[in-house]
Design a protein around this ligand. Structure first.
Ligand code: AMP
Length: 425
């Protein structure tokens, strides 16, 4: 098979690494990729926002399957434009990607199909949003409706914070994404990420993880795209997975099919597990980054077989097997992240630090004058497996400490909750 992978982050490096291990693969291309992905795939210069150019590339290179990593191209309709030309794609249509692209769309679907989620209101003007927030009081959650690169959500513990967040949305801080605002009830519980592979009809559970959104140890400081993750998430017991499938994922699949937008690709449910059971915080329509990295380390089966089954509507006949080990990934970020990261500092010792159950996935790296340099906020994902989360954590940090990059930083406590639970048992 000849495969084109779209994207350039740590998530896509992990996907490339796993796809490259498939006996079905004859050639893997990545656009635009990164230096780490370049070890697994041929990097191609292709403007992925130019769908006609992507179609042309697929024709010229006889691509059998396009795998779309990030949400941007999906929300822009790349899967539709490829399918319209008869090119097979793993990823949802534009209409189905609204589950991620519009929080209001998802909340309305939840209301219609009885899917447990935070109570909410949708507003397109400041005055009525403000009146609602003043009436409800804090804590309360304010969300820009559209894609805002993870920055459009404010969990407001005070009324002042909530009103400031509303003003930021309506004064254009998030561009078009903030023209409509969703105001939500504050949920209490433990968060977990739950993944399914979907083919329009069937959803196949595809692993659990927990990530760490805050930049600092002890979950302090500003939100980021994610500073680390581990899998599996112990809060997602088999019973909780069953309930999530029945109460959340299956009605979503049914709802999407009934609204004429059957969902295929990765359905990533961000959940709050409360005493009463799972509640949906939000959907994403692609793998999490860095959750994908830990899932790929634990996946026993051939990823390409699974992606093919999803693309072809064959998931009902497919199963998935996982290694017994836990996996954990630590993000190394460039100083300044999540504000303005410093670019260009030289990173040494990456290849020597990998091996023996440790993979180092590249996120924001580049080659400059033959040297590996930082080229983004999140730069490397040091990922390890172990018989327990504690062992995977120890291996990941031991490898990370062998990397010579003074301008980089990381959290030192990724996996703390799982490690504390393991010690208590
Ligand atoms: P989102 O981008 O919707 O995943 O929100 C980002 C983060 O905000 C989530 O991972 C949660 O930690 C938090 N959050 C979002 N919605 C709620 C809610 N209704 N109650 C409590 N926390 C929330």
């Amino acid at each position: 098979m000849r495969v084109l992978l779209i994207g350039s982050g740590g998530r896509e490096h992990a996907l490339a690494w796993k796809i490259a291990a498939s006996p079905l693969l004859t050639r893997l291309y990545a656009a635009p990729g990164n230096p780490g992905i370049g070890h697994e795939a041929e990097l191609v210069r292709l403007d992925t926002a130019d769908h006609a150019a992507v179609v042309r590339f697929c024709r010229e290179n006889e691509i059998d399957l396009v795998v779309v990593g990030p949400e941007g191209p999906l929300v822009a309709g790349i899967a539709d434009d490829l399918r319209a030309e008869g090119i097979r794609v793993f990823g949802p249509s534009k209409a189905a990607a609204r589950l991620e692209g519009s929080k209001g769309f998802t909340k309305d679907l939840c209301a219609k199909y009885g899917i447990p989620t935070a109570a909410y209101g949708r507003f397109d003007d400041l005055a009525s949003a403000r009146a609602h927030v003043e009436k409800t009081g804090a804590p309360i959650v304010i969300k820009a409706d559209g894609l805002a690169a993870g920055k459009g959500v404010t969990v407001a513990m005070t009324l002042d914070q909530a009103l400031a967040a509303l003003e930021a949305c309506f004064d254009g801080s998030f561009g078009q994404a903030g023209a409509e605002v969703v105001v939500e009830e504050f949920l209490v519980g433990e968060e977990a990420s739950f993944f399914c592979l979907c083919d329009g009809t069937t959803a196949l559970p595809f692993g659990t993880a927990q990530d760490h959104k805050r930049v600092g140890d002890g979950d302090t400081g500003p939100n980021t795209g994610g500073m680390g993750a581990y899998s599996p998430a112990s809060v997602m017991t088999p019973e909780m997975i069953d309930r999530t499938m029945r109460e959340i994922v299956e009605p979503t699949m049914r709802g999407m099919a009934e609204t004429g937008a059957p969902f295929s690709g990765v359905l990533f449910a961000g959940l709050m597990i409360s005493e009463k059971g799972p509640k949906l915080i939000e959907y994403n329509t692609r793998f999490g980054d860095p959750e994908c990295q830990v899932l790929m380390m634990r996946l026993k089966d051939d990823l390409l077989v699974l992606l093919n089954a999803a693309a072809d509507g064959q998931l009902a006949h497919t199963s998935v097997r996982w290694r017994d080990e836990a996996a954990l990934t630590v993000v190394m970020a460039a100083r300044g992240y999540p504000g303005t990261p410093e670019k260009g500092s030289v990173i040494r010792g990456v290849e020597a630090a990998a091996g023996d159950g440790v993979e180092i996935f590249h996120a924001g790296t580049a080659i400059n004058g033959g040297a590996l340099v930082a080229n983004g906020g999140r730069v490397l994902n040091v990922t390890a497996t172990g018989s327990t989360v504690a062992e995977a954590q120890k291996k990941a940090y031991a490898a990370l400490d062998r990397i010579d990059w003074p301008q980089g930083f990381c959290r030192r406590d990724i996996g703390w909750l799982a490690v504390a639970r393991e010690q208590a048992n």
